[in-house]
Each structure stands twice: as C-alpha cells, then as structure tokens.
Design a protein around this ligand. Structure first.
Ligand SMILES: Nc1ncnc2c1ncn2[C@@H]1O[C@H](COP(=O)(O)OP(=O)(O)O)[C@@H](O)[C@H]1O
Ligand SMILES: [Mg+2]
Length: 444
C-alpha cells in the first residue's frame, strides 16, 4: 500500500507538498509541490508510483507469503520497466514543449517519485463538454491540434511513446502560449511476473479506450481511437464515458459533413487494422478535406493622417533616445550583474546590500555570452553568507556544483558556459545584515 503524503511534507529536503491532485486513478498519486531549492520557488508536479495490491493483481486468494512474494516481484519489475519508459518520455520532453519535462526521479521511504513540470492552464474538459456541441470547423481544428502533438510523439526516432489514456482530462491548454500539452502517459502497463495474469491494471478510460487493448494489442492506432472519440465528443456534445455505444451511434446525434464523418469513423473503427495507423495518416486525411478559405478582405480604412504623422515623429524621438542610451551603455561592459533592475555593469560590480531577516535570501542575475570563469565574492561583517549558483533555465534547478561555503570573506570561482546564471545569497542561521557582493569574469 502507498503511504499518501500530507500537505506540508518535505521531500528530499527540497519539495514541499502543497496539494493532493489525485489519488485514485491512473498509475500514480499526483501532488503539487513547491521547489524550495530554486530561487523562484516554482510549483512542480510530483507523481508517486502506485504500488500493486493483492486485489489489483487478483491474487488475494493465494496464501499470504505467496502474495507478498508476487507483489514484491511485481513491484520490482514494474519499477524496472517504468524507469526505462520514463527515460524515453524524459528525452521527448526535453526536446518538445508539448509534453511536460521530467526533472528527476527518486526513492524516499520505500516509495518511487517523479518530479515533472507543472503546466499552468485548463484541461480540454473545459472546452469539450457534455451538452455542448462544437461546430464542425472547431472540431476539425481541435483534432488537428491534438494530432499534431501525437504526430511528433509517434515519429520521434528512438523514443516514440504510446499514451493509452488519451481523453480531455489528460490534455492541458497552456495559458502561456495557448498550446496543447499532453499529460498522464500510461507507462509500463505490461508487467509480467510468474504467478499472475495481469489484466486489471491495463488502465485506460471507458469510452475512450480502444477495444483491442483488452486483448493486449496496443499500437499507435489505439491512441488514434481515443483521439477520434474526443472528436466525437466535441461534435455530438456527448461524453463517451457516459454513453458506451456512442462509437456506433454518434452520427445520429451530430450535424456533420460526410467528409468529417468518414475521417472520424476511420479513426474509431473497431478493427484497429482498418484505422489510420498513426497520427500522420489521420492528419493528412483531415487536412485534405480542408479547403483553405480565401483571406477576408478588410474594409478600406479611413486614413487618420494627423494621428499617423504625430505618431511617427513620436517614434523617431523615442528611437533617438534609445539609440543614445544603447551607445552609452555599450561603451561600458555588456556583462550584467543585476538585482532585478538591469544595471549596466563594470566587469566588477559591487553593491552594498542589506539582507533583512524577513526576507531570507537575495537573488542576482548574471548573463554571459561566452565560456569563461566567473568569480563571486561576498563580504559581510554581519553574517556568514552562503551562496548557490543556479541556471534558471536548467531543468533540474540544481545549484551549480563546486560552490562551497566559507566564513565571511567568501569567494567562489566556477567555469561558466554562455547563458544566464542566478546567485542566491542566504545567510546561515537566518541572520541578517549588510554585505558586499562583487562578481567578475576572467578568461581563465
Ligand atoms: N504536469 C502537469 N501540469 C499541470 N497539472 C497536472 C500535471 N500533471 C497532472 N496534473 C493535474 O493533476 C491531475 C491528475 O494527474 P494525472 O497525471 O492526469 O493523473 P491521473 O489522472 O492518473 O490521476 C490532472 O488531471 C491535472 O489536473
Ligand atoms: Mg489523468
């Protein structure tokens, strides 16, 4: 049995649980956490792998000892497969923004955890709803958006992935760029160990799951089926999970062209061999049907000359000022060390600062365009400074290694690659006081 973690629990001395998102579905327990290690303390998603129980494996009638042995074997094999498949997913996420990044995996207290990127947005359940029919065009647009993500997931050499549980809940529209992000990949579903016939943990969601999956036949075409059912949901306004005959009856409930109906029916064909075999095929069929509408002709505008002339002269003045400022700045060095406000830098920049006790750290950002050595010195007569250096775009948020702590006069020197770095200054024992920070770069 899993130990469900309470809000406030700290893991790895770094992640604080802030929310329990789900515990009864899928392959894991999902939490929101805060990463205390990173200067921005971002929200992340933590997944705890669900452990098998005797009833889920249908072995509750065996003697206890035997149950335990099978459960243990199962868990080990599950972990092994899961770790392999997660590596593939992590690789995919590294290169591709439309699945969450996986930051790390760890074990703690006999449980297995994965940390992944938190996607801010809303799930497709807010766009595809019971009782609300989408127009044919909106349905097509949505299908194209989803299929484009899966085209990438399926054609990535070396680590293509089958999702197995596609449904509106598992697709998030990210607020930042309005793009779809696919979450909740159902990994390691085919665990086999002696003594059990696995069938109960195949996963998937009724109404969306392709029929052949119950016979353990799984392919990209199984995912096409589920995507097709999202299309059917969109155009009929009926939730496939609430109406299990929808795949057969949907056309009587929709106002749909014969072209789109043909594509949808081929996506959700009972026989997986007669379906589109992958997202690319389905996309082609969908886009072939699409005639690009002629661009709308805008009405001839009335030209407000006075306003335009006024605006142009304003812009010219602004450009002049910006050019002047840039030329002044570029005479000094283009290295920056800032505390949020961009401060044009001397190579060596020093700053008298007060670290107050109600705010236990300060963060500085430093940007470099080339590979060089960076030395940071912090001097304080009031407290013992501690320094960590991060790359804010490092997916692991790990401090750059080899930065130690020294008393009062603290100097760290590391080799840096082009990019952005952040220094986080804390005081040991949460003391406060004044300090001076200096940073400079050298070629060696
Ligand atoms: N990477 C993520 N970013 C944002 N929200 C997420 C993320 N992963 C999961 N969630 C939220 O948590 C819920 C449950 O997570 P999910 O991975 O779908 O697990 P399951 O459905 O198996 O319980 C999702 O429906 C979603 O609301
Ligand atoms: Mg889910």
């Amino acid at each position: 049995m899993n130990n469900i973690l309470r809000i406030g629990t700290l893991l790895r001395e770094r992640y604080t649980i802030t929310d329990l998102l789900s515990k009864n579905s899928g392959f894991g327990i999902t939490y929101k956490v805060r990463d205390n290690n990173h200067p921005d303390q971002p929200i992340l998603i933590l997944k705890q792998l669900k452990k098998p129980t005797a009833p889920t494996l249908n072995i509750q009638n065996l003697p206890n000892l035997e149950q335990e042995e099978i459960l243990n074997q199962y868990w080990q094999e599950y972990l092994r497969l899961f770790r392999i498949e997660t590596q593939a997913l992590a690789k995919l996420g590294e290169k591709y923004a439309q699945i969450p990044r996986i930051y790390e995996r760890f074990e703690e207290g006999g449980e297995e955890f994965y940390v992944q990127e938190y996607i801010q947005g809303h799930s497709l359940s807010a766009e595809v709803k019971q009782g609300q029919k989408l127009s044919e065009q909106k349905t097509i647009d949505l299908l194209i958006e989803i299929l484009e993500v899966f085209e990438y997931i399926q054609t990535n050499p070396g680590y293509s992935v089958i999702h197995r549980d596609i449904k509106p809940d598992n697709i998030i529209r990210r607020s930042e760029d309005n793009q779809l992000v696919v979450i909740d990949f159902g990994l390691a579903k085919e665990v086999t160990v002696p003594g059990i016939k696995v069938g109960s943990i195949l996963g998937g969601t009724e109404g969306y799951i392709a029929p052949e999956i119950t016979s353990k036949i799984v392919s990209f075409a199984s995912d096409i089926y589920s995507i097709g059912m999202i299309g059917v949901f969109a155009i009929t306004g009926e939730n496939p999970s609430h109406n299990l005959t929808l795949a057969q009856t949907w056309q009587t409930k929709a106002n749909v062209s014969s072209e789109l109906a043909a594509v949808l029916n081929k996506m959700i064909c009972y026989d997986y061999q007669k379906r589109f075999q992958n997202a690319k095929e389905a996309l082609q069929a969908l886009t072939e049907n699409q005639q690009t509408p002629p661009p709308p002709v805008p009405p001839a505008p009335q030209i407000p000359w006075k306003l335009i002339l006024g605006t142009i002269s304003g812009i010219i003045i602004i450009i002049g000022v910006v050019v002047a400022v840039i030329s002044i700045l570029s005479k000094s060095n283009d290295q920056l060390i800032t505390d949020g406000k961009a401060k044009s830098g001397q190579l060596t920049s020093s700053d008298q600062k007060e670290l107050s006790s109600d705010k236990n750290y300060d963060v500085y950002t430093f940007k470099t365009d080339k590979k060089q050595y960076l030395t940071v010195q912090i001097i304080s007569n009031d407290f013992q400074p501690q320094l960590s250096i991060f790359k804010p775009d490092d997916k692991y948020f790990n401090p750059v290694p080899n930065v130690g702590t020294k008393d009062n006069d603290f100097t760290a020197s590391i080799m840096i690659e082009p990019g952005i770095y952040q220094f986080k200054i804390t005081s040991s024992k949460a003391a406060s006081g004044n300090y001076v920070i200096k940073a400079w770069v050298t070629d060696r």
